[in-house]
Design a protein around this ligand. Structure first.
Ligand code: NAD
Length: 470
């Protein structure tokens, strides 16, 4: 794949090979850009601003709908690329594409709903006889920076609302899995004037920094790790930022829970895409009264999972993104076991694969739960009662989403009110999200919200226009 700068495909002599984590084969290559190419991409986006602001909202919406139709027609092809570059099981890649298409459609719809408001100036001192209203106007150029794990949908969550709000963009995908995202950006770009969408590939440290510090970037929309997010925040200066960062989401199972439903939630939440999901279930907090029944069933269901070639539609789990990622998970689990955690199933690595693993008797001092572990691990922490469950859930720097299983409305509401997270689901695990809901964490999990309506709002600014009628 090549980059896209000012409507032209742009290549370089130096390339990075993108490897299939399942078999180590080269899927494709991408150019390694430098700071000069970042400048070119941002200049192109800056110069294309008028071509978009001159377009009616109706036209922008029609073009986003056209892009939606085109992407829909290539859904299967895209799912294959996602699986080849990420190792994600094909049925989950297809799921990502279904959501991506929906995200694009939601953006086409939202582009027609950008409203300002009248402001009652006469409520303020000296305002009698004035009339004023606000318009929401585009910010300018949005830098969209994304991680490896949902390479199409997370990118559409930035590019599509940016355009819906008439901003131009420079998109930088992860160098671990850039291919499907780049192809998606080309499909949307075809519908718009040159320079409206530009893509740039290269090493995060070098070109990422050139992008976020460029004076013509007006907003940085970033999804990725806390460490990179903190660095970006420290370099962003006066630019607007949205940071969608890591998670350490709890799944609380209270003594009155429907155990079967809770186990299903735990299996889905802990092992989805081999646990490499920001809103994955990273800690299972179980009441002692039902811990044995819950754990036995969780082990049984974990052992039923099919692990292997992610292109095979019968597989539930494939490899991790690369061998280093699998080695990190191996070390974290081994450390937890030496610190007293009990291994109930799994616990073995082979190359890029790590088995789905249940660890019992985990406590919050262990790395496996005090940090974000990006692997297929279900760590069980025992508690007595709802108070201790909530206290344990909040004992982390993260606060993305949370899930609580209980048949007791009062306990459910108590958890909803007291858990520090962007979202609390009752009787659903944290991996659930629809693409129109406000999504984004508190504490170290981030700043700002995505979800199309909220992203569009964040990618515009209010301008007040007033009349002196006296
Ligand atoms: P990462 O932080 O390593 O990389 C994310 C992106 O940042 C990549 O495109 C990378 O090239 C770029 N980057 C790296 N250094 C940069 C710099 N100095 N300046 C600008 N850009 C730079 O994250 P990752 O390993 O790809 O993804 C995993 C992380 O992402 C996990 O922590 C996960 O929880 C988080 N995540 C969060 C969400 C969410 O919505 N909250 C969704 C998915 C993933």
């Amino acid at each position: 794949m090549k980059m896209l700068i000012n409507g032209e495909n742009y290549d370089k002599d130096e390339h990075k090979e993108i490897l299939n984590p399942y078999n180590g084969k080269i899927v494709d290559t991408v150019p390694i850009a430098n700071r000069n190419e970042v400048k070119k991409a941002v200049n192109a986006a800056n110069q294309a601003k008028n071509s978009l602001t001159e377009m009616s909202a109706r036209k922008v919406s029609e073009k986003l709908y056209d892009a939606f139709e085109n992407l829909k027609n290539e859904k299967e092809e895209f799912a294959k690329i996602i699986t080849q570059e990420t190792g994600k099981p094909i049925k989950q890649s297809l799921g990502e594409m279904e959501r991506s298409i929906d995200t694009l459609k939601l953006s086409a719809e939202e582009s027609k709903r950008i409203y300002g408001e009248t402001v009652p100036l006469d409520a303020g001192l000296g305002g009698k006889g004035f009339f004023a209203f606000t318009e929401r106007i585009p910010l300018g150029v949005v830098a969209a920076i994304t991680p490896f794990n949902y390479p199409v949908n997370l990118a559409i969550h930035k590019i599509a609302p940016a355009i819906a709000a008439k901003n131009t963009t420079v998109f930088k995908p992860s160098m671990q899995a850039p291919l499907a995202g780049l192809k998606m950006a080309e499909i949307i770009a075809q519908e718009f004037p040159k320079g409206v969408i530009n893509t740039i590939t290269g090493m995060g440290g070098e070109i990422g920094d050139a992008l976020i510090t460029n004076e013509n970037i007006n907003k940085i929309s970033f999804t990725g790790s806390v460490a990179t997010g903190l660095f970006i925040a420290s370099r962003a200066g006066m630019k607007k930022i949205t940071l969608e960062l890591g998670g350490n989401d709890p799944l609380i199972v209270l003594d009155d829970a429907d155990i079967k439903k809770a186990v299903k939630g735990a299996v889905n939440g802990a092992y989805l895409y081999s646990g490499q999901v920001c809103m994955g279930v990273k800690r299972i907090i179980v009441d002692n009264l039902i811990a044995e029944e819950f754990t036995d069933l969780l082990v049984k269901e974990t052992q039923k999972l099919k692990i292997g070639n992610p292109m095979d539609e019968n597989m539930d789990m494939g490899p991790l993104i690369d061998e280093n990622a699998a080695i990190n998970v191996e070390k974290t689990v081994d450390n937890a076991i030496s610190d007293g955690a009990e291994l109930l199933t799994g616990g073995k690595r082979k190359n890029t694969f790590y088995q789905p693993t249940v660890l019992d008797n985990v406590n919050m001092n262990m790395d496996v739960v005090s940090n974000e572990t990006f692997g297929p691990i279900a760590p069980i922490i025992h508690v007595d009662g709802v108070e201790e469950a909530i206290k344990t859930a909040n004992n982390t720097q993260y606060g993305l989403q949370a899930g609580v299983f209980t048949e007791n409305m009062h306990n459910g509401l108590k958890c909803a009110n007291e858990i520090e997270a962007g979202t609390v689901w009752i009787n659903k695990q944290s991996t659930f999200r629809t693409d129109n809901m406000p999504f984004g964490g508190v504490k170290s999990s981030g700043v700002g919200k995505e979800g199309i309506k909220y992203a569009v709002h964040d990618m515009t600014k209010p301008k007040l226009i007033g009349f002196n009628l006296r």
